[in-house]
Design a protein around this ligand. Structure first.
Ligand SMILES: [Zn+2]
Length: 692
């Protein structure tokens, strides 16, 4: 039932529900939220009826588990991250009409009713299977709650669904020596009943709807993944779980069970729409049930199967709902060549970015759009971020606007001049400007946001080239009338940019609209009017003073980010480092041969031409001697003078770079790879005290 929806009556736009077990990072923004927001803003600007919804996904094993590990309630976990995530969306200008939470009553009811209806229609099958059970905690153990030895590689801490050592996917019952992650006891096996969605029953419909119906309009990466799922043959999938955190299964026999999180989460879009409609005094139903509504899901590629195969099967089975018209899923964004990872802290966190680059939301939005992983995985690099900012936003868009506004203020005290006769170039330039709404629309409507962002930049390029060719700053000396016309044309382009930049650079667009003072009636321009209106900024209109839209990003700022990532990498390496195995046994006499004393560093200096070495003078209680130590990468000389240390004093002296070193300072290393002194943990231990 692929509908022909060239001019839908309304749009329902959904963005993946972020999982509330951590904050969000650039990968989420690039993959889902920025493109969805561009699309929603664009549709509103072109006068469409739009509802743009999302919400926090707050059920599931991972949250339940994190809560148990940290000894808090799941609610504490979800409240914390829902708050952080909500703030990030607000900070980056993501214009949800409603952002809900799946833990809310309205969602529990919506999802529960959905389940009941499908259950009553006979759309599920029931099956009893054996599952691991924790007698002490009195609960069935979901995959992640079981640890044991991997049957494939022998790794002793494999999870019930996967071994992180060899990557094999497992069933909890495959594990050797399984243990409950909650109580550490050995689980028993118990029978439990669950409901399954028989996806195989929907195969014919999915083939027709996707493989025949959306071959040409869905992105190849999305279509390809669906095709391979369908070609492999679809199997029944459990829609319930034995867990105490989630939406209770609302039918007889469902006691102690909850809806599987993948079943309830997408229904969250519907709940969020209902919540919005209630607040706005509208009817939610047309947004989900009318054939003239266009439903679009924005998601990352890891969610394709849920949004293209499973959720549509549920909607179809229910019978009252429309299906998504498109699911423009993105591939993954990597960071400096490595996969983004929350657990490894390999990410640019949005709240941290804003601390380091305050008021520069649009730069990140632009960089992520210009380099979006639309058709394949892509890499975010800080060098590219700097180049997009300095070479495009600053040098092209910012530079053009700044010249136009500064010159208008300088020559005409900020009043838009009256043009005299237009030259051929003027007319062609104004003609070009009128084409941009259509050019950019066409890219956005085909979900090509990278291309759209580059077309916007091309309009700024057009303006820049026009000024560079016409050189009003030179012409002003001989032909003042001509300059009025040049500035008039340039101001029209600036006004066009103020409107067309809004979906991509909303903060900049807002600033630019303030500078050009276009919010007064008669001057305000809609997206389509950039094409149709005779003039966008009329003569005699007063604009404001120039204000910098973008600032240059310096090399040292980029280096600081790269250093931060390097430190993260080191910390990860250290965290995963294999500990040195125990050395050969020694006897007590061997140990007493070592003469270790407490000492104090009294002088320290860098050794010339040696990056790692410091030359120290150490008071050992017996004498003050020279020791050369390889700690220069962890400490400056200044910070260690006066430091209490442990010294091995009877080590045979040896020359290092011509300096005799008479002893050794005992060191260890912290998780970040920084050296750390091994020293007495109490003051008042005198130099020369022996260590035994
Ligand atoms: Zn393994």
């Amino acid at each position: 039932m692929a509908q022909n929806q060239n001019s839908p009556a309304r749009y329902t736009i959904t963005a993946a529900l972020p999982y509330t077990n951590g904050p969000i990072h650039i990968g989420h923004l690039a993959g889902v939220y920025v493109p969805a927001d561009i699309y929603a803003r664009y549709l509103r600007l072109t006068g469409n009826d739009v509802v743009f919804v999302s919400g926090s996904d707050e059920h599931g094993v991972a949250i339940s588990m994190k809560a148990k590990k940290e000894g808090v309630s799941p609610k504490e976990i979800i409240d914390k991250y829902d708050g952080i995530i909500r703030q990030s969306f607000q900070d980056f200008g993501i214009t949800f009409d409603n952002y809900s939470r799946t833990s809310r009553e309205i969602h529990h009811k919506t999802a529960g009713d959905f389940f009941k209806k499908l259950y009553e229609q006979g759309d599920f099958i029931e099956e009893t299977t054996a599952q691991l059970y924790d007698e002490e905690a009195k609960q069935f153990l979901a995959d992640r709650f079981v640890v044991g030895t991997c049957p494939k590689c022998g790794h002793e801490e494999a999870y019930g669904d996967q071994c992180e050592n060899c990557g094999s996917s497992l069933n909890a019952t495959d594990l050797l020596n399984p243990k409950s992650a909650i109580t550490n006891t050995v689980p028993t096996t118990k029978e439990t009943k669950h409901w399954f969605l028989p996806l195989d029953r929907h195969e014919a419909f999915l083939k027709e709807w996707i493989l025949d119906g959306h071959k040409s309009d869905w992105k190849p990466n999305v279509y390809g993944q669906c095709k391979s799922w369908i070609d492999d043959g679809l199997k029944p999938r459990a829609v319930t779980r034995d867990l105490d955190w989630g939406i209770p299964v609302p039918v007889k026999g469902g006691e102690g069970k909850v809806l599987y999180v993948w079943f309830d989460a997408p229904i969250g879009y519907i709940s969020s729409t209902k919540e919005w409609a209630e607040k706005e005094g509208k009817d939610w139903e047309p947004y989900w049930k009318s054939a003239d509504t266009k439903l679009v899901h924005f998601i990352g590629k890891d969610n394709i199967v849920f949004h293209c195969i499973i959720f549509p099967s549920i909607l179809k089975a229910h019978g009252d709902y429309i299906l998504p018209e498109n699911v423009p899923a993105n591939e993954f964004l990597n960071l400096e060549g490595n996969k983004l990872s929350t657990s490894k802290n390999w990410a640019v966190w949005l709240h941290e970015y804003l601390q380091e680059f305050p008021d520069m939301q649009d730069v990140l939005r632009y960089t992520l759009t210009a380099n979006a992983p639309e058709t394949k995985d892509n890499d975010f690099t800080w060098k590219d971020f700097q180049a997009r900012n300095n070479n495009e936003l600053v040098a092209i868009l910012g530079n053009f606007i700044n010249r136009v506004v500064v010159l208008t203020n300088k020559y005409y005290e900020g009043v838009v001049p009256s043009p005299s006769e237009f030259s051929q170039v003027d007319l062609e330039t104004l003609e070009q400007l009128k084409k941009y709404p259509q050019i950019i629309s066409s890219s956005i409507e085909r979900y090509r946001f990278r291309e759209a962002s580059q077309e916007l930049m091309n309009l700024a390029r057009l303006g820049n080239k026009y000024l560079a060719d016409e050189e009003p700053w030179k012409v002003i000396k001989e032909d003042e009338e001509r300059v009025k016309t040049i500035m008039f044309v340039a101001l029209q382009i600036a006004a066009g940019l103020a409107v067309l930049s809004e979906p991509f650079l909303p903060f900049t667009s807002n600033k630019l609209k303030n500078i050009l003072a276009v919010r007064s009636s008669g001057v305000e321009t809609s997206w389509n009017e950039v094409s149709t209106k005779e003039t966008l900024l009329p003569s005699a209109h007063q604009i404001n003073k120039a204000e910098l839209l973008f600032r240059k990003v310096e090399d040292k700022e980029i280096q600081a980010q790269l250093d931060k990532l390097e430190a993260t990498k080191k910390a990860n390496e250290n965290a995963n480092k294999e500990l040195m195995p125990q050395k050969d046994t020694i006897n007590f006499d061997d140990f007493t041969k070592l003469d270790m004393r407490v000492g104090t560093i009294v002088e320290a200096e860098k050794m010339a031409k040696a990056k790692k070495l410091l030359v120290l003078k150490v008071d050992t209680g017996l004498d003050t001697r020279t020791i050369v130590s390889g700690i220069a990468e962890s400490f400056t000389p200044e910070e260690i003078v006066g430091k209490k240390v442990t010294v091995l004093i009877n080590l045979a002296s040896r020359a290092l770079r011509g300096v005799d070193s008479e002893g050794m300072i005992l060191m260890t290393e912290n998780a970040q790879g920084k050296l750390v002194f091994v020293n007495p943990d109490e003051d008042g231990v005198g130099n020369g005290e022996g260590i035994s």
